[in-house]
Ligand binder design. Structure first.
Ligand SMILES: Cc1ncc(C[n+]2csc(CCOP(=O)(O)OP(=O)(O)O)c2C)c(N)n1
Ligand SMILES: [Mg+2]
Length: 620
């Protein structure tokens, strides 16, 4: 008989998780940094007790279950997926609060282990407080909502199920191709149940993060296509950074002259100053990136999932004989756009291609064209950074001030609103982990909670959270956690009285910004177009314990950045900006417009849409 260890299911879970390591390129590290949790009757005496019993598996408090998942995701992103957090909630609302977080993790291909409490497996007391009774089957609880947003889902109804569920969870979490949210639902009674677990389950386990090599023949075919290409372009996605392939990418493009455009997750793959870096791709792209992609004869996608922002809603690639080659560790992505699928680790494939293309370079006129685009764009960025718009200032100047002031290693983090597009275009990257945009789910409220995760992953960097008033109002309470744990953030809170981004979009679609201002209901019109609401966001931040530095002019703002850097507690710099002074865009994005309407501007917009849609293409 092999030896056993008598533990509760919750204790066994925590003991198992404390012994999981990952190893990549010879470097081994502990996988989990600890567990975020908010306790309720669904986990307080189960997982809560286990966390108390195993203090080395550090417990962190949060104010909101969605937020704690955001913190965990940002941590994992900063660690290039080599580190993660566990998040536990009670049953019912605590659990469903994590569903948005789970979707954010899965879309962004970032690992997080969710342990929501669940209803009694024994059923005697049903319905327990917060149980949603499904009248047709007692098998379903609200936790079934995690199924479509998780990469792996299980419910531990018997203690011994844990023995096979935990290794499956680890396999998914540590797989570069499969990773995302993993949800193990933990019925509250089962959490506290004791069982004789095999002692072997708790031995140290090291998960090798593999670098699967692509098929040799496919690589050769890819090299042959590129060798004949006159105007190739690389789309660098998040996979380049996660695979730690930035140096190899730089060497490859410096030598061959192939230009690179970057997605939101891929921005920072190359430094802004690299001659081949055309910067932001797609809808929020630079004019050069858009033009080069439109004409390219070969698109080399690296670690990208080809979101509509990257493909300009499938209108970005206009060369009639364009061919796609996709380097991706995930087969689901490598086959996209009818590509020659180079399925494998990005770094390994780049090295292989570099060898196979050792005599290839782009022709000089192409090189020159890229250089010209970059000079023009750099001048434009300089102009926007120094607009001198007056009070209220412009968002572009605020971005410029943060970029100019921050150190090379510092991190800017953002997720939703008009900031992501502006940052994508304007931020001058200097470090592959310096630009942190959650633009897979673009989840308002990710910013501050995510900033905390970034800081926890690397406290040596200053973290600049850039957040609009709308996102701030949705979720800002993790300022408290950052202060509780001593992780200082600098939050740049930009107030433009509502949703500038969606307001602008609404205007462009003929609906005039309806519903996007934070205004009183006017008695006269019956609409929300009265005076601005008298909300004091600076006072709000102060009440949560932050140091608040209100800034009026851009010069005040620059001074506030200097002050904020000296502080060791989370500091919020509050500034109002001119909602109408946006940064121009250079591409279209498909958003449906009413095909019939009584409003003339809507009809006009529908005509424009029909015109833009003519450029859309299938790539098969
Ligand atoms: C959770 C969530 N709800 C709704 C949206 C849709 N949305 C995208 S941006 C935005 C407005 C953001 O407002 P704010 O943070 O003030 O930024 P601004 O647009 O003013 O730059 C909304 C409602 C979203 N991305 N996420
Ligand atoms: Mg706003």
């Amino acid at each position: 008989m092999s030896s056993t260890k008598r533990l509760t299911v919750a204790q066994a879970t925590i003991e198992y998780l404390s012994n999981q390591y990952v190893e990549r390129d010879g470097a081994e590290q502990l996988f989990f940094a600890g567990c975020f949790g908010i306790f309720g009757h669904g986990n307080v005496a189960g997982l809560g007790q286990a966390l108390l019993q195993y203090p080395s598996f550090k417990y962190y408090q949060s104010r909101n279950e969605q937020a704690m998942v955001h913190t965990a995701i940002a941590y994992a992103k900063m660690k290039n997926r080599l580190g993660a957090f566990v998040c536990t909630s009670s049953i019912g609302p605590g659990a469903t609060n994590m569903v948005t977080g789970a979707a954010t993790a899965t879309i962004n291909r970032l690992p997080v282990l969710l342990l929501p409490g669940d209803i009694f497996a024994t059923r005697l007391v049903a319905p327990v407080l917060q149980q949603l009774e499904n009248q047709y089957t007692p098998e379903i609880s609200v936790n079934d909502c995690f199924k479509p947003v998780s990469k792996y889902w299980d419910r531990i109804n018997r203690p011994e199920q844990l023995i096979t569920a935990l290794p499956q969870a680890m396999r998914i979490l540590t797989s570069p191709a499969e990773t995302g949210a993993v949800t193990l639902c933990m019925p509250q009674d089962v959490q506290a149940e004791a069982f004789d677990f095999p002692a072997e389950l708790f031995e140290k386990k090291v998960w090798k993060i593999q670098r699967p090599r692509a098929d040799k023949e496919v690589l050769k075919a890819a090299a042959e296509i590129i060798a004949k290409s006159k105007s190739p372009v690389i789309i660098a996605g998040g996979g380049v950074i996660y695979s730690d392939a930035c140096n190899e990418l730089k060497a490859f493009v410096n030598r061959t002259g192939i230009p690179v455009v970057e997605t939101f997750a891929g921005k920072g793959s190359l430094s802004y100053n690299e001659p081949q870096n055309l910067g932001a791709a797609g809808v929020t792209g630079t004019p050069g990136a858009i033009k080069i992609c439109a004409n390219a004869d070969v698109i080399i996608g690296m670690g990208t999932r080809y979101s509509d922002f990257t493909t300009i809603s499938q209108s970005a690639f206009q060369n009639s004989s364009v061919q796609f080659i996709n380097l991706n560790v995930c087969e689901f992505d490598s086959f996209k756009r009818g590509a020659l699928a180079v399925t494998g680790d990005a770094r390994e494939s780049i090295v292989e291609l570099d060898k196979l293309l050792s005599t290839y370079t782009v022709a000089y006129p192409y090189f020159e064209e890229i250089e010209k685009h970059n000079t023009n764009w750099d001048n434009k960025v300089e102009e926007i950074y120094n607009l001198n718009h007056g009070i209220p200032t412009s968002q572009g100047e605020v971005i410029g001030a943060v970029n100019t002031f921050s150190d090379e290693k510092d991190v800017v983090i953002c997720a939703a609103g008009s900031l992501p597009g502006d940052l994508h275009k304007l931020w001058r990257t200097r470090n592959s982990k310096g630009f942190h945009l959650e633009y897979g789910y673009s989840c308002m409220g990710y910013e501050i909670a995510g900033g905390l995760g970034v800081k926890m992953a690397d406290p040596s960097r200053e973290v600049y959270v850039m957040v609009g008033d709308g996102s701030y109002l949705m979720m800002s309470q993790e300022i408290i956690t950052s202060i509780q744990e001593g992780y200082k953030l600098t939050v740049i809170l930009i107030n433009n009285n509502g949703y500038a981004s969606i307001g602008g979009l609404s205007k462009s679609l003929g609906t005039g910004g309806f519903g996007t201002h934070y205004k009183f209901r006017s008695e006269k019109s019956g609409q929300l177009d009265g005076n601005y609401l008298p909300v004091d966001l600076a006072a709000n931040a102060e009440s949560l314990g932050a140091i608040v530095l209100p800034a009026n002019s851009i010069d005040d703002f620059k001074q506030a950045l200097v002050e904020a850097k000296k502080n060791d507690r989370t500091t919020v710099i509050y500034i109002e900006t001119d909602r109408e002074q946006g940064v121009s865009g250079y591409a279209w994005w498909e958003v449906p417009v009413a095909q019939v309407s009584t409003i003339r501007s809507v009809n006009e917009s529908y005509e424009k849409l029909k015109n833009n849609k003519k450029k859309q293409r299938y790539h098969l």
